[in-house]
Write a protein that binds this ligand. Structure first.
Ligand code: ZN
Length: 377
């Protein structure tokens, strides 16, 4: 997310604040502050300070909710990459998804359970008579906020926690993880559109339910639900495929011990079909030695081509630009995205070169796969 500030670590989890958080804090402080000032005229200027404290405690509630998810994930051996507070609340970024429906269920439900526990505790405190005046009012307000956090998040559409709960249940019942995600995303989209519609009607003054805020939240839900649906479809299509499946059938590979002259001839032949600008270089043991660009030839006078070997012009291929042939295609896509590259070298675990994998080839592979699925159906 853009505009995130690292604040520090919480139980070893990097903790970030998004710039939008400060805007919300200012609004919340003002809102709570004026509310307290109206309720307790004796407070004077300290009402706004109490408003700020309430705002901070509200964000602490969100943070505890996210820590609930995080601890449930850590308990299941899943690393938590970060916790971020932003405009719409909090986000615990997990390194991996739960391996089982029950794991997914408990990670999803842990946040709302924390909020529910805080609601009960704060309600008891507010009603106990231990606190009086503004303090009791603040405790009551925070109890209400935690109740909203627990219930709003349990709406059963992705990306909300309730969506993840629904996903886990469908996953458990159908045995298909992706089906769970698709269902929960679709419900999320329905909820998103409903919120957007009410938001528009409310903003235009046609309906009493909904406001500009509802519109924004609906839009946020729609964006995220759509994204989960897409990634579930993609993940399902890619499941079971490895890097080896997407290797270009006539990969641009040249032997290290051929001369530049032979390389030039070979490149002309190869480029009848595809315009390769870069060739992978393999040694006598089929190991990846590096790569050579076609324009290397321009840098060497053509009368020298018969005397020079390709190996002397090969530049190493970095670790980031290689994948093992048995790696899942989903991981490979992640790597291509990370490296912002279109192609990557594929090698076996013993280091022998398999060939070149191109992004476009993955798309071809998926198209072929969906066609066979349609045919077999
Ligand atoms: Zn949550």
């Amino acid at each position: 997310m853009n505009g995130n500030f690292r604040v520090g670590n919480l139980f070893g989890i990097p903790f970030y604040l998004n710039i939008s958080w400060f805007i919300v804090l200012a609004l919340v402080t003002l809102n709570f502050g004026t509310g307290l000032a109206a309720q307790f005229p004796g407070l004077g200027g300290s009402a706004i300070a109490l408003g700020l404290v309430t705002g901070l405690l509200m964000f602490a509630s969100v943070l505890l909710h996210e820590l609930g998810h995080s601890f449930a994930a850590i308990q299941r051996g899943i690393k938590v990459n970060s916790i971020t507070l932003f405009l719409f609340g909090g986000l615990a970024n997990l390194d991996d998804e739960a391996k089982s429906p029950s794991g997914a269920f408990w990670i999803a439900v842990a946040g709302p359970l924390v909020s529910l526990a805080l609601f009960i505790a704060l309600t008891l405190v507010a009603g106990s008579g231990l606190l009086t005046g503004p303090m009791a009012a603040i405790a009551g307000l925070l109890a209400y906020i935690n109740l909203i956090l627990a219930t709003f998040n349990m709406i059963p559409g992705l990306p909300l926690d309730g969506g993840n709960v629904l996903r886990a249940i469908v996953w458990k019942l159908s045995g298909n993880q992706y089906k769970g995600t698709r269902w929960a995303s679709r419900v999320g989209q329905v909820i998103g559109w409903t919120a957007v519609s009410f938001g528009i009607l409310g903003t235009l003054g046609i309906s009493n339910i909904g406001s500009f805020w509802t519109l924004i939240i609906g839009w946020f839900l729609l964006q995220n639900a759509g994204r989960s649906a897409q990634s579930a479809t993609l993940q399902e299509a890619l499941s079971g495929l490895t890097a080896a499946d997407a290797v270009v059938s006539e990969s641009p590979i040249v032997d290290a011990n051929v001369t530049l002259r032979e390389f030039a001839d070979m490149a002309i032949l190869a480029n009848n079909k595809t315009q390769w600008q870069r060739f992978l270089v393999k040694d006598e043991n089929d190991q990846l030695l590096g790569s050579i660009r076609l324009n290397t030839l321009q840098a060497v006078p053509s009368y020298e081509w018969s005397n020079q070997l390709v190996r002397h012009f090969a530049t190493p291929v970095s670790e980031e630009n290689q994948v093992e042939s048995n790696q899942s295609l989903l991981d490979v896509i992640g790597k291509l995205e990370q490296q912002k590259t279109q192609a990557i070298a594929v090698i076996r675990d013993n280091g022998t070169l398999v060939g070149l994998l191109e992004k476009s080839n993955i798309i071809n592979l998926l198209q072929k796969r969906s066609q066979t699925q349609i045919q077999s159906a």
